[in-house]
Design a protein around this ligand. Structure first.
Ligand SMILES: Nc1ncnc2c1ncn2[C@@H]1O[C@H](COP(=O)(O)OP(=O)(O)OP(=O)(O)O)[C@@H](O)[C@H]1O
Ligand SMILES: [Mg+2]
Length: 250
């Protein structure tokens, strides 16, 4: 198993049971800072459940989840909510507010969580939109007036608004056409690069093996609540694990 000094996320012997159904099974694994790590696995493997533990939305039945050296088990509900500002999330469907313009969508977390005045907020929102490739003429458009790819960009801009330490991508390309898929993958890499100096950690949950191998630094394979393979992306396709081979060759 790969080990990292000072990981962004450290999962230590985590078991999660729903009644007597064990979904995470003594899971131990670290996610490095300032890298792109993808978690692959068949449907039902426990990927979303793992993600919810990293966000502190679910508590483990036993074991420890540490994020940025903080043991999430020691935080109460309010402290957890505050702690989640360290995360940016990009969901499968961008989950924008339909009645808000692109700028208003990005401004929303800044209005909620900062003391910036309205001019500073608008400045910052426009700057982030520019940085993800949304041009000025689209800043005041509603989501319904934007293409699927542009909505993803706005979703990413909103996720980046509070300068999170960790970006979580949940199935970022599932259901997209090939061209938009390529764009989103490039956007993930570009975002990691732009924010590398301040140490942005990227975690992707995905089914898309080929893209994962191309854009990630590390790839983990989750099977029935355990990480059964974890390798630098370049070596992943050569894993001797038969399940990994089955998945890679699907
Ligand atoms: N709140 C819950 N209560 C009971 N069982 C749950 C709950 N959440 C998840 N499970 C079960 O845990 C298992 C793993 O689910 P999870 O959603 O984590 O899988 P996944 O790897 O994300 O799958 P997919 O690729 O389909 O999204 C499934 O068998 C699911 O039914
Ligand atoms: Mg899932």
């Amino acid at each position: 198993m790969l080990k990292f000094n000072d990981p962004a996320i450290s999962i230590q012997n985590v078991t999660k049971k729903f009644d007597d159904h064990t979904v995470l099974n003594g899971l131990t694994f670290d996610i490095p800072r300032n890298k792109i790590t993808t978690i692959l696995g068949f449907s039902g493997a426990g990927k979303s459940t793992l993600l919810k533990h990293i966000l502190g939305l679910l508590k483990p039945s036993s074991g420890v989840v540490e994020v940025l050296t903080q043991d999430l088990g020691l935080l109460d509900r309010i402290a957890l909510r505050e702690f989640r500002r360290n995360f940016g999330m990009l969901f499968q469907y961008a989950a924008l507010f339909d009645s808000f313009t692109a700028t208003e969508n990005v401004a929303f977390p800044l209005r909620e969580f900062t003391d910036l005045d309205i001019d500073e907020i608008l400045d910052r929102a426009h700057g982030i939109l520019d940085s993800v490739g949304i041009q000025k003429i689209s800043h005041d458009k509603l989501p319904s007036e934007l293409s699927g790819g542009m909505r993803k960009r706005v979703g990413l801009a909103r996720a980046l608004a509070l300068s999170p330490q960790i970006m979580l991508y949940d199935e970022p390309t599932t259901g997209l056409d090939p061209i938009t898929t390529k764009m989103v993958n490039e956007l993930i890499v570009e975002t990691a690069k732009i924010h590398k100096d301040r140490g942005l950690t990227s975690v992707i949950i995905s089914h898309d093996v080929r893209a994962s191998l191309a854009i990630s630094d590390y790839v983990a394979f989750l099977d029935r609540g355990n990480i059964v393979e974890y390798l630098p992306a370049k070596e992943f396709a050569n894993s001797p694990n038969p399940l990994v081979q089955e998945f890679v060759n699907l």
